[in-house]
Write a protein that binds this ligand. Structure first.
Ligand SMILES: *[C@@H]1O[C@H](CO)[C@@H](O)[C@H](O)[C@H]1NC(C)=O
Ligand SMILES: *[C@@H]1O[C@H](CO)[C@@H](O)[C@H](O)[C@H]1NC(C)=O
Ligand SMILES: *[C@@H]1O[C@H](CO)[C@@H](O)[C@H](O)[C@H]1NC(C)=O
Ligand SMILES: *[C@@H]1O[C@H](CO)[C@@H](O)[C@H](O)[C@H]1NC(C)=O
Ligand SMILES: *[C@@H]1O[C@H](CO)[C@@H](O)[C@H](O)[C@H]1NC(C)=O
Ligand SMILES: *[C@@H]1O[C@H](CO)[C@@H](O)[C@H](O)[C@H]1NC(C)=O
Ligand SMILES: *[C@@H]1O[C@H](CO)[C@@H](O)[C@H](O)[C@H]1NC(C)=O
Ligand SMILES: *[C@@H]1O[C@H](CO)[C@@H](O)[C@H](O)[C@H]1NC(C)=O
Ligand SMILES: *[C@@H]1O[C@H](CO)[C@@H](O)[C@H](O)[C@H]1NC(C)=O
Length: 889
């Protein structure tokens, strides 16, 4: 009995456990006291939802059907109600791929659904959304909803509780939205009117879509809306009409109106004063114009005003800020505004951020700044200030950590800044570049990480930089001053330095070997000083270097092999105009990231290495990730300057020296080996450098032919092979260099006919002089033998392409005589664009002459007509011979 009783008790227990499992009213097996709240059907729905996803990062590893994972309320991203036990919150991110299945419809009590920035591959239907009738918060940002805009819209209309709707970057264009209109055959995508009927809406974010037009009138009825974010669409309405449209009860509730990055036009309407709750108003990056209404000054709750990058003009006085005592962020940069406050004005506000870049504050230094005791960021660059910096200014720095006074005409001497108090911030930055400051190089506060004093008139030694807390210094640009002396020893401690630009000064001595301790250095500019000696081996420790410019100094010795072996990140290597000698080391071919190689004007001898083909970056289109200096990342914690600074270099471009900066440099692909004593042939491998834009091998002692495949290098804009001993025919493929705008082949031993192309014949004869055996335009009108009747050119296997085209060549010559006709044809071409174009390209379709545009084609057509006329009057009279090259090719 007892035993039986024991058994039945066990049975009862087992049954109980089973029951617990089914109704989810059990005990957690590990802690023993936790009630499982998860509702089984919702758990199944979540599991089925998981099935359709790709969970590459293991975000959903806590989701499972195993016993220990029974409590779905503890799953990653899931929250349940304590009272009803239903899933109420689902917040998922970092999922990669998979489809968004309709299983979520079973989570009927869901209040918060956040699926932003998941990479679902196909969203086909969103009708299930309408089952989630308790939904308050919906975020589907970053999901391509362009194919489900209709079902999204219908579902949203059935969600009475919705207060927050976030649809950033969802490809909502209206070509698929119901409200789309057809206008001039192009779909116009307007913000759907019926979003204005979700009357409980408090927060609406539709930024980064492609909406056009304005804001529908229905939005005026959104009496609870506090945040309206429509940044980065294509809105192009007039601001007064947009404001008029939303002038219902929304006026009273709206706290944040964010409209930046659109194409909104028109003036800033006076009725802004009716939006009395505005705390944040962002209109930057639009096409607004006119003067600002003084009524802005009545928005007494305004904390942030951003109108940067528009075309507002007129004079800004203190009247505009009458009651703005809460203003903290003011950005009016990039407007031609004349900012004219009276000298003793005491503003009602204390700003944290003042951005007035490219306005007009000058010529006096703005004295009202004296009152601002909480500034963190101050940018008054490009403001035509031609004054000295008043002493009180350095008192402002006790709170500011980014100060930009660059590109004014500020003059005078800087005080000793080491005693000024700066905030304990690791990203204190001072930009005083492009002014007229002078005197000895100033002593800086210890905690500075960014210093830009370039393009001033500072003199003396840079050793005062040694007072800086070296470990945190990241950026030093003191280029283009009158600094002298040697590189100070203290630099050895600048172990965080990423950018060092000392170019265009009078620095002396060698590169010290401690340069190797700057292991994060990405950019080193020492060009145009009086530095000498060999490049120290320790520079090879700077393996992060991407930019190295030692041009215009007196460096000597060989080009070290370790540059190729150890500086594998180098994208720019400029050693121009020094005294380097010896061979070009083969190891330079290891620099697979190089896009600019300038070794010109040295004493290099030997041949051009055939391995040059290994410089693969010169053969590839731009890779956006390779050059981090230009791409915003590696300079930690200082978003202020990263990305805006690009290395400056003086590049010989088409025979003229030019300064490149602001990121232009990365678009160039240049090899310049000119002005050395290089011998041997141009390696044929060079023609695989398909993206090369400029090749300069002039003033060497090169022999042999131009590689016959040179025409492959379609991007070439500048080719200089002058003053060598090159010989042979110019390869016919040169006629394919359509972008060529600078060509110099003078003073070599080339022979034969200059190849025919609209590009090549457009150069002056000077590009070809000094080659006695070269003939044809633009050098000579004809080549010897042109007058002899030529045998029929049926042999298409001729090695030189230009021979194939000799008949054409004659006609071309004649055609040039008929040049006056071109203008007439050109006019015709404009009038009759399509027919002419098609006829022309049809006629010359197979001719191996590159026709890049209609004008060229018509040019040839005229030439062809000339040929026909000529052939017709000639004894042979074979009119149709004109088209033989196309038949034979
Ligand atoms: C979700 O609900 C539908 C309809 O009520 C039902 O057919 C389906 O089985 C449910 N799915 C799961 C996983 O419970
Ligand atoms: C629900 O219960 C959990 C755990 O007991 C608790 O942390 C949470 O605060 C509760 N939530 C509410 C809204 O009561
Ligand atoms: C939007 O559409 C474009 C073109 O179809 C696509 O390249 C892009 O990835 C889409 N954006 C999102 C967020 O899916
Ligand atoms: C104003 O609202 C109407 C009706 O919703 C709309 O058609 C129009 O495009 C809106 N205009 C602007 C400038 O917002
Ligand atoms: C602005 O508000 C005033 C009164 O609060 C009202 O009379 C006026 O019509 C409003 N203007 C617009 C354009 O809505
Ligand atoms: C103002 O807007 C511009 C462009 O949208 C942005 O770059 C800038 O950071 C904004 N200023 C402030 C203070 O947020
Ligand atoms: C700067 O501040 C210090 C102390 O905070 C004060 O003694 C000094 O007078 C101020 N200098 C100027 C020029 O306002
Ligand atoms: C420099 O920054 C550090 C760290 O924030 C701080 O402890 C130190 O006091 C600062 N030094 C000065 C002189 O401001
Ligand atoms: C150039 O690349 C080829 C193929 O990757 C390799 O075999 C050769 O060693 C490289 N040449 C040099 C000098 O690095």
């Amino acid at each position: 009995m007892m035993i039986l009783g024991g058994r039945s008790l066990q049975l009862v227990y087992a049954l109980l456990i089973l029951l617990h499992m089914q109704t989810s009213v059990g005990f957690d097996s590990t802690t023993g006291d936790y009630e499982i709240r998860c509702i089984e059907s919702e758990r199944q729905a979540l599991l089925a939802f998981k099935q359709s996803l790709v969970d590459e990062y293991g975000t959903l590893s806590t989701w499972g059907s195993e016993e220990e994972k029974k409590e779905c309320c503890k799953w990653e991203g899931v929250q349940c109600s304590n009272t009803t036990r239903h899933v109420t919150v689902l917040e998922l991110s970092l999922l990669r791929g998979g489809s968004l299945s309709n299983q979520l419809a079973n989570l009927t009590s869901l209040q918060h659904l956040s699926l932003g920035y998941n990479n679902f591959n196909s969203v086909k239907n969103l009708e299930w959304l309408s089952c989630l009738s308790y939904l308050q918060f919906l975020d589907m940002s970053g999901i391509d909803l362009s194919r489900v805009t209709n079902s999204l819209q219908q579902a949203i209309n059935k969600l009475p509780s919705l207060t927050h709707l976030v649809l950033r970057s969802t490809n909502l264009t209206a070509s698929t939205f119901q409200s789309s209109l057809k206008f001039n055959n192009s779909p116009v995508s307007l913000i759907p009117e019926n979003l204005g009927h979700i009357t409980n809406l408090e927060f609406l974010d539709l930024s980064y879509n492609q909406f056009e037009g304005g804001i529908p009138k229905s939005f005026g009825n959104l009496c609870k809306l506090t945040h309206l974010v429509l940044s980065n669409n294509k809105l192009d309405g007039m601001l007064p009409e947009i404001m008029g449209n939303i002038s219902g009860c929304l006026q009273v509730s709206l706290g944040s109106l964010i409209l930046d990055g659109n194409k909104i036009k028109g003036p800033f309407p006076d009725m802004i004063k009716n939006f009395s709750s505005l705390v944040e108003l962002t209109l930057s990056n639009n096409q607004l114009s006119g003067t600002l209404p003084k009524s802005i000054g009545l928005l007494s709750k305004l904390g942030s005003l951003n109108i940067s990058s528009n075309s507002f003009n007129g004079v800004i006085t203190e009247a505009y800020f009458l009651t703005l005592s809460k203003l903290r962020f003011l950005d009016m940069s990039f407007n031609p505004l004349n900012i004219n406050f009276s000298r003793d004005w005491i503003p009602p506000f204390q700003l944290n951020y003042l951005g007035l870049q490219s306005c007009k504050l000058g010529p006096k230094f703005p004295s009202w700044l004296k009152t601002q005791r909480e500034l963190s960021i101050l940018d008054i660059s490009r403001n035509e200030i031609s004054d000295s910096i008043p002493e009180w200014f350095w008192n402002l720095t006790s709170t500011a950590f980014q100060i930009d006074l660059s590109s004014n005409q500020i003059h005078g001497v800087l005080p000793n800044l080491s005693t000024t108090k700066f905030p304990d911030s690791f990203s204190l930055g001072i930009d005083l570049s492009k002014n007229r400051l002078e005197g000895l190089f100033p002593v800086f506060p210890t905690n500075v990480t960014y210093i830009n004093l370039s393009e001033n008139r500072f003199s003396g030694s840079i050793s005062s930089l040694c007072t800086i807390n070296a470990e945190i210094l990241q950026f030093v640009d003191v280029s283009s001053n009158q600094l002298s002396g040697e590189l100070p020893d203290c630099m050895a401690r600048w172990t965080s330095l990423v950018i060092l630009n000392l170019a265009n000064n009078h620095l002396l001595g060698k590169i010290p070997s401690f340069i190797g301790s700057l292991s994060l250095l990405g950019s080193l500019g020492l060009q145009n000083n009086s530095l000498s000696g060999e490049i120290p081996w320790s520079l090879g420790n700077c393996s992060a270097l991407q930019f190295l410019d030692l041009s215009y100094n007196s460096f000597s010795g060989i080009i070290p092999t370790w540059i190729g072996e150890r500086l594998s990140s180098l994208a720019f290597l400029l050693l121009r105009s020094n005294n380097f000698s010896g061979d070009i080391p083969l190891q330079l071919c290891w620099l697979t990231n190089i896009i600019l190689l300038d070794l010109s004007n040295n004493n290099l001898y030997g041949s051009i290495p055939r391995c040059i083909q290994n410089l693969t970056a010169l053969a590839q289109k731009e890779s956006s990730t390779r050059y981090y200096l230009f791409n915003n990342s590696n300079i930690v914690g200082t978003a202020w300057y990263s990305g805006t600074y690009a290395d400056k270099a003086s590049v010989m471009w088409k025979g003229m020296e030019r300064d490149y900066g602001n990121g232009n440099l990365k678009n160039l692909r240049i090899v310049d080996l000119s002005g050395n004593k290089l011998t041997g042939e141009i390696p044929v491998q060079i023609s695989v450098l398909l993206e090369l834009v400029q090749l300069n091998l002039s003033r060497n002692q090169l022999t042999g032919r131009i590689p016959s495949d040179i025409g492959q290098m379609r991007q070439l804009e500048s080719l200089d092979l002058s003053q060598n001993q090159l010989s042979g025919h110019l390869p016919g493929s040169m006629s394919q260099l359509n972008f060529l705008s600078t060509l110099n082949l003078s003073y070599n031993n080339f022979s034969g006919r200059i190849p025919l192309s609209t590009q090549i014949q457009s150069f002056n004869a000077s590009a070809f002089v000094g080659n006695p055996s070269l003939c044809g335009l633009p050098l000579t009108p004809t080549c010897a033998g042109d007058e002899k009747p030529k045998s029929k050119p049926t042999d298409s296997g001729g090695k030189d392409n230009q021979e194939d085209r000799s008949e054409f060549w004659k006609s071309f010559t004649l055609g040039m005589e008929l040049g006056a006709a071109i203008g007439f044809v050109g006019v015709l071409a404009v009038k009759l664009d399509h027919p002419w174009k098609h006829l022309c390209f049809l006629l010359f379709n197979n001719v191996r002459v590159r026709l890049s545009n209609l004008k060229d084609c018509l040019y040839l057509l005229v030439a062809a007509v000339g040929f026909v006329v000529r052939e017709h009057v000639s004894r042979w009279g074979r009119k149709l011979k004109l088209f033989e090259p196309s038949v034979s090719s």
